[in-house]
Design a binder for this molecule. Structure first.
Ligand code: CA
Ligand code: CA
Length: 91
């Protein structure tokens, strides 16, 4: 079972190595272009970070629960960028 730290590490690698900046990652995973990352879109993000299929659902749910400040079950750019900033500065 992967630890939270490992999973966050994988997501960090995805965002820093595959994309120029977090905005590009956000736009890429916002597949329907509505300006929000839905749970389904976040699952794709987590899967792309090479987290296994089963865990990715749990992780996506945890991410939304933890970061969804306005409680609409999806992440806007502000919520996402704040989280990424923390993720990228965390050692
Ligand atoms: Ca979307
Ligand atoms: Ca939200």
């Amino acid at each position: 079972m992967a630890s939270k730290k490992e999973i966050l590490g994988k997501i960090r690698i995805l965002i820093t190595q595959k994309f120029e900046d977090p905005q590009e990652a956000f736009n890429f995973f916002d597949k329907n272009g509505d300006g929000y990352l839905s749970k389904a879109e976040l699952i794709e993000l987590v899967k792309s970070a090479k987290v296994n299929r089963f865990l990715s659902k749990v992780v996506a749910k945890t991410i939304i629960t933890g970061l969804d400040k306005d409680d609409n079950q999806k992440l806007n750019w502000k919520e996402f960028s704040k989280a990424v900033k923390v993720l990228l500065t965390e050692k």
